[in-house]
Ligand binder design. Sequence first.
Ligand SMILES: Nc1ncnc2c1ncn2[C@@H]1O[C@H](COP(=O)(O)OP(=O)(O)OP(=O)(O)O)[C@@H](O)[C@H]1O
Ligand code: SF4
Ligand SMILES: [Mg+2]
Length: 357
Amino acid sequence: MSATAFEGTSEPAYGAPAPAEGRPLVEVRGLNVVFRKGRSLGAPRLVRAVNDVSFSIERGETLGLVGESGSGKSTTGRALLKLVPYTAGEVRVAGRDLSGLAGSELRRARRNMQMVFQDPYSSLDPSCTVAASIAEPLLVHERLAPREARARVTELLELVGLTGGHADRYPYEFSGGQRQRIAIARALALHPQFVVCDEAVSALDVSTQNQVINLLERLRAELHLSYLFIAHDLAVVRHISDRVAVMYLGRIVESGPTDRVYNRPAHPYTEALLSAIPDASPHRVKRERILLAGEPPDPANPPAGCPLQTRCRYVMDVCRQRMPEATPVHGGGEVACHLQTSGPNLSGAPLGGAATP
Ligand SMILES: Nc1ncnc2c1ncn2[C@@H]1O[C@H](COP(=O)(O)OP(=O)(O)OP(=O)(O)O)[C@@H](O)[C@H]1O
Ligand code: SF4
Ligand SMILES: [Mg+2]
């Protein structure tokens, strides 16, 4: 199915026309998510899974989100869709502030935002045919007649590189890559503008990963989608993202254009993460492998000052006293590290020549 046909059948998923031309599609300011973890004795532990996070995503842009396990990537993605409640902050999608929305208004707003997970079974019921899974949002939200819904199912399957002949099969009859294509078709059924891909290709083998990434890129261009692309694999994120944000202990510690962040990281955490990627290019410069000492601190009891201080090879006294503020980086983006304001590396220079203590 052509992109035009797909778009042509769409009605604005948001009801009222977007009042936000010229503004980024997604605007996140000061987002906080706190989980209470119960304890049998004493007060519950408060886990700050997302801590004062701000970013924006332009229309048609992909923002990659990387960081170690537990850094808060999935919680950020889920909070954008209000799948977990946020305790403070503002999320705007297409100009609409989601904070106060609930019930039917929130359900309507969510049509414009979808999520694709690592495990396609999160969105595909194994006991339902592919047609039933993809048609469900069309029947519920667009109230299409069964015949119309069936035609749209075929269009959607063709859009993701499958055929109408696949519609009456069950998810277990497909390969992992095909199942992920079906999950993507379902996510696109209601014409969203924004899709959160949470480790969407992480469970696939390398060649299938490439195919699904190519599919996501084609769909982004044809349907003018914006993605938040969350993944552990920094090489995959580099390939697909226009900009990248790096999370540590619930905070974004660095962000910027992908090439700048990968070629000239300005935060010690980014530098350490990137040092672990094998570089397959023929012109590679041998990179020193930088190991972060120890484990991340308990998110319920983070240290005062910079969250990386217990593992950072550049740590200074000021790092234990004050939280570093976001500073512009030469070449684009921001970094939160005292090296860039009070250390040997001023004004957002890359880390290469920084002195070790
Ligand atoms: N529902 C929940 N209840 C309590 N704590 C939670 C919940 N979901 C996540 N957390 C905690 O929030 C923090 C961030 O978790 P999150 O799943 O967002 O990390 P992540 O970066 O996506 O990790 P991974 O790469 O392993 O998927 C972790 O400390 C996690 O234990
Ligand atoms: S602020 Fe200090 S401890 Fe934190 S990353 Fe920068 S140099 Fe390391
Ligand atoms: Mg996750």
